[in-house]
Each structure stands twice: as structure tokens, then as C-alpha cells.
Design a protein around this ligand. Structure first.
Ligand SMILES: [Zn+2]
Length: 288
């Protein structure tokens, strides 16, 4: 099956277009404010996790010009989206004719804005899995376990979910898997300087912990980098939530990555759509 991996660029380093684009985090573009969803657990407005444009091959939303907005709530981490009945986080699919021509102002009860990354390209790949196994892999009843091993971890659209836990969490057909979002951003570029970022950049040596947790979270690179718009003299050993800042990143010579979403222990969010309902529906849920 074909799958698509995003090439990301930190939005702070790029010029924003005046139309909806594929993006992770940030604030939605084109979403009517009245359709900004609330979290089923805490009832407060949720934060944008991903904005995905219709593409027949990559993300079939059923009609040209449609945009999918996926939300995730971190108002009460460890509480929101955990309970079985409130597990499904809200998503919204908007028809082209309903899209506004601006960024959506967040609701009064302003939710966290996750750091925004633009998808500047989608890299198409083949995982070698037969199309006929798509549904059984999604539902966890595939006869061929080798196929499961070929599923790709990380943020991508297409193919079947790389389940961390039980496929039983998936909403039943006609809900269909669209893609998955990992809790980190990975950039195929050298890490930006403070000048490029317009924000202080603090570099610290990575001190391996006895448990190895740091090494697992941030990789084997020699440096740990804190990008923050706050006081650069304050070092923070672990990712913390803040409005739009990239807090902690793993950096090597050619690329860098940062844990952005608080999905629990190396979690993944799975995105599903139901195009047979009217209007079409979307949701996401976490596993970690
Ligand atoms: Zn919530």
C-alpha cells in the first residue's frame, strides 16, 4: 500500500499562505469559528492537532476542496480522552464552500496552541502490503502477521494503522483510517539558529539518565536544545507545554526533532473519517 510521510517546516521559519494548507499544530485556517469543537471530557475548546486537505490518493475526504481538522485536548492531560466513553477526540470536515478566508480566531476560552509545522511536501512510499489487507490490518484480524511488521511507525497518511495497543479502539466501519500523528515533529534540515527563529536558543549537553529515558526520548545525539521565547537562562529538562514554542529537541548535524504533543508514553493519535454520514464525520484517538 502507498503511504505518505510529511516533509515539515517550522511555520515560524516560513511565510504562511492565505489558503488552507496541510499542517500540524498551530491554529486552523478556513474553519468557521462556530465549528471549533470542544473536548468531550472537559467541555473546553480543543487544540488543533492537524489540518489535512482532501487528496484522492493521500487523504480521501470524499469531495474536492474539503479540509479535515483534527483536534486534541491537553487541558487536563491524563484525564481528557482517557475515559472509554470520551476517548474519541473531535474532528471536523468542512466543505470548500463553507471555508472562511482567514485563520480562525480561537474561542474565548483559549486552548493551547501547539507549535505549528507546515507540510511542504508529502513523500510517497510503498510498504509492500497488499491492498486487500487494509481493512483486516485496521481491525486487527489480518491472517498474515508479516504484513503487520511492514507497517510504518510515525506520522503519515495512508495504508493501515501501526497500532501501539488494541485495534479494538478503532470506530467500526464505515469509519475509515486516514492517517496517524506521532507525538514528535521531525525536520530534515539543520536546526535553526536563534536569529532565524527570532527567539533565544539554549544548547545544553545531554546528560544520560540511569533509566535511559532521555536517550530514548531524544535520541543519541550529543546535544539537547531548548528553543523558547521565555527566559533563556532557565533550562527545562523535559518537554513542557506552552503556546507555540518548541521546547526541547533532539538535534544532529543534518536534522532535528522535537516532542510536541503530550500523548503519554511515546503515543500516537489515529485519525478516522466516516464519509457515509451526512455531514461527514471525523475523529481521532490516542494510544500510548
Ligand atoms: Zn479536555
Amino acid at each position: 500500500m502507498e503511504y505518505y510521510v510529511p516533509t515539515l517546516l517550522l511555520a515560524a521559519l516560513s511565510t504562511r499562505a492565505a489558503v488552507p494548507e496541510d499542517q500540524l499544530g498551530g491554529v486552523p485556517f478556513g474553519l468557521p469559528r462556530s465549528r471549533w469543537p470542544v473536548c468531550p471530557t472537559c467541555d473546553a475548546p480543543a487544540s488543533l492537532l492537524a489540518q489535512i486537505l482532501h487528496d484522492e490518493r493521500r487523504a480521501d475526504l470524499g469531495a474536492d476542496g474539503r479540509v479535515l481538522y483534527v483536534f486534541h485536548c491537553e487541558n487536563r492531560p491524563g484525564d481528557c480522552g482517557v475515559d472509554e466513553r470520551e476517548r474519541l477526540q473531535p474532528g471536523v470536515i468542512v466543505d470548500q464552500r463553507e471555508l472562511t478566508s482567514s485563520r480562525t480566531t480561537s474561542p474565548d476560552d483559549s486552548p493551547i496552541t501547539f507549535p505549528e509545522a507546515r507540510v511542504v511536501a508529502w513523500r510517497s512510499n510503498q510498504d509492500g502490503i497488499a491492498e486487500s489487507l487494509r481493512e483486516s490490518l485496521t481491525r486487527g484480524c489480518a491472517p498474515d502477521t508479516d504484513a503487520e511488521d511492514s507497517l510504518v511507525i510515525g506520522t503519515r497518511l495512508g495504508s493501515a494503522p501501526w497500532w501501539i495497543q488494541s485495534p479494538g479502539d478503532a470506530p467500526p466501519p464505515p469509519w475509515r483510517f486516514i492517517g496517524q500523528v506521532a507525538d514528535w515533529y521531525s525536520f530534515d534540515l539543520p536546526a535553526p539558529s536563534a536569529e532565524e527563529l527570532g527567539a533565544p536558543v539554549v544548547r545544553e549537553r545531554l546528560v544520560p539518565s540511569r533509566s535511559g529515558v532521555m536517550a530514548r526520548l531524544f535520541g543519541p545525539g550529543p546535544d539537547r536544545v531548548v528553543f523558547t521565547r521565555e527566559d533563556p537562562s532557565v533550562s527545562r529538562p523535559m518537554p513542557e507545554r506552552s503556546n507555540g514554542d518548541i521546547d526541547v529537541a533532539r538535534v544532529s548535524v543534518d536534522d532535528w526533532s522535537s516532542t510536541v504533543f503530550n500523548f503519554g508514553d511515546a503515543g500516537m493519535s489515529y485519525i478516522f473519517v466516516n464519509l457515509e454520514s451526512n455531514p461527514p464525520q471525523a475523529c481521532s484517538f490516542l494510544q500510548s
